[in-house]
Design a protein around this ligand. Structure first.
Ligand SMILES: Nc1nc2c(c(=O)[nH]1)N[C@H]1C(S)=C(S)[C@@H](COP(=O)(O)OP(=O)(O)OC[C@H]3O[C@@H](n4cnc5c(N)ncnc54)[C@H](O)[C@@H]3O)O[C@H]1N2
Ligand code: MOO
Length: 409
């Protein structure tokens, strides 16, 4: 007999169903100061050429290379500091004092660095030859007006923001942030500022899911905690819709026990179920569907299962809903730091540490205990080691694939 659930949906199939029809939700204009990590809806086209003029890369003297040879004496006829044009022309036997960023005056074709010149009064003595073009940045070497600098669908880095600003774009046309309602479910849950009673535990999943959502530039609507009661869960679903949520993410109540009511509550609110249960560990009882226009993702309650589900499904979905061109996590190469037994029929996402190795392949070592309730191991993890279903046993040193985890994940 096949193991129970062996026919479950693969992670890849589940993800393609979640992403089905997911595209940019709308646009808005945003200041570059608020645009970090957000996705461009319109490309950034250079309004200007950079640098706008040939400029000096060093402090020194603008000269004619053929003329400024070792031993030559040149008259310093003026100065071209950054922001100030020297409007004359450099002729043989002449030099113009120039500073980094200064516009190279007409006639000059090279910059003699000041370390290679001895100045006395208004003359310099040349101590080294220069080459034509040396220490000069030609106009437009960075970019030219009309160039496509950043394509639509790019998530903006701090460097991309500076590039946009450098060409006069202080307000950018961005994808609007998806609104994501986050709901914890469970009778046993109390908020972290309350003291748990007998059989109660502190609810923490929403902070993690909310963090994952914020890092993916979603807007979090915190729906708090609903007890294991259909009417409460359904009321929360209705609130999510009223608040205009594009996505509702729940944690808990996703499994098969009598108190696992999330699916029934979703169905009572009109959910069209796309799938429930995936061949992955942790995170098997993940469910996905739609209630009207709102996408609903029911994650399991175990913190590690909720996290893995949020990373694998919520993050790509939010990227797709912002029209990002790169929606998938990078699967980096690494080598295993310890042996692993053969995997079963569920794709496995092992929490691990990362250590640099001299030959550039990182060493990914799984924590010895992989229980899906263990938050401390999760917080200490630097990567998820991704093991395909049915992967044979592996030895330390064997190649593996990882999803790197950072401070914003
Ligand atoms: N008979 C079976 N039992 C279970 C199965 C199964 O297939 N058959 N699946 C197991 C798997 S796999 C998982 S994962 C869990 C997920 O179950 P639920 O989604 O129903 O999760 P809960 O029972 O509500 O909670 C599990 C665990 O997590 C704690 N929790 C819940 N919410 C939070 C929160 N917001 N913050 C922190 N911790 C939370 C909860 O107290 C439980 O300890 O089911 C297995 N069972
Ligand atoms: O899939 Mo559950 O997520 O094993 O712990």
């Amino acid at each position: 007999m096949a193991p129970p659930g062996k026919s479950l949906l693969s992670v890849e199939d589940a993800l393609s169903r979640v992403l089905d029809g997911a595209g940019r939700l709308g646009d808005e204009i945003v200041s570059v100061y608020d645009a970090l990590g957000r996705t461009l809806a319109e490309p950034v086209i250079a309004k200007r050429t950079q640098p706008p003029f040939a400029s000096s890369a060093m402090d020194g003297y603008a000269v004619i290379a053929a003329d400024a040879t070792v031993g030559a004496q040149l008259d310093v006829i003026g100065e071209a500091a950054a922001g100030h044009i020297f409007s004359g022309r450099v002729k043989p036997g002449e030099a113009v004092r120039i500073f980094t960023g200064g516009a190279v005056p007409e006639g000059a074709d090279s910059v003699l660095i000041q370390e290679n010149a001895v100045r006395s009064g208004t003359r310099i003595h040349v101590r080294e030859d220069t080459r034509s073009g040396q220490h000069i940045r030609a106009a437009g070497i960075d970019f030219k007006g009309g160039d496509l600098l950043i394509p639509a669908g790019t998530a903006l880095s701090t460097r991309a923001l500076a590039l946009a600003a450098a060409t006069g774009h202080l307000r950018l046309q961005l994808a609007r942030r998806p609104r994501v309602a986050v709901l914890a479910t469970g009778d046993e849950l109390v908020s972290p500022d309350a003291v748990p009673g007998p059989a109660q535990i502190t609810a923490s999943n929403s902070y993690m899911v909310g963090g994952v959502v914020s890092a993916a530039c979603g807007e979090v609507i915190d729906l708090g905690i609903a007890p294991d009661k259909l009417s409460d869960i359904q009321a929360a679903v209705r609130r999510a819709r009223k608040e205009g949520a594009d996505v509702l993410v729940t944690t808990g109540g996703a499994s098969v026990g009598e108190h696992d009511l999330v699916q029934e509550a979703f169905k009572n609110e009109g959910m069209k179920l796309e799938f429930w249960r995936i061949a992955m560990r942790p995170g098997r009882p993940i469910m996905y569907g739609r209630i009207g226009d709102m996408r609903v993702i029911g994650l399991p309650g175990n913190p590690v299962s909720a996290y893995t589900g949020a990373m694998l499904f919520v993050v790509p979905l939010l990227r797709a809903l912002q029209g990002r061109t790169d929606i998938h996590h990078a699967l980096e190469h690494a080598v295993l730091g310890s042996d692993l037994p053969a995997n079963d029929w569920r794709a496995d996402y092992l929490r691990g540490t990362l250590k640099a190795r001299e030959d550039a392949a990182a060493i990914a070592t799984p924590f010895p205990r992989q229980d899906s309730s263990m938050m401390r191991v999760l917080a200490e993890a630097e990567c998820l080691i991704v093991r395909p279903a049915e992967e044979p046993a592996r030895k330390a040193g064997d190649p593996c694939r990882i999803i790197r985890l950072g401070t914003s994940s």
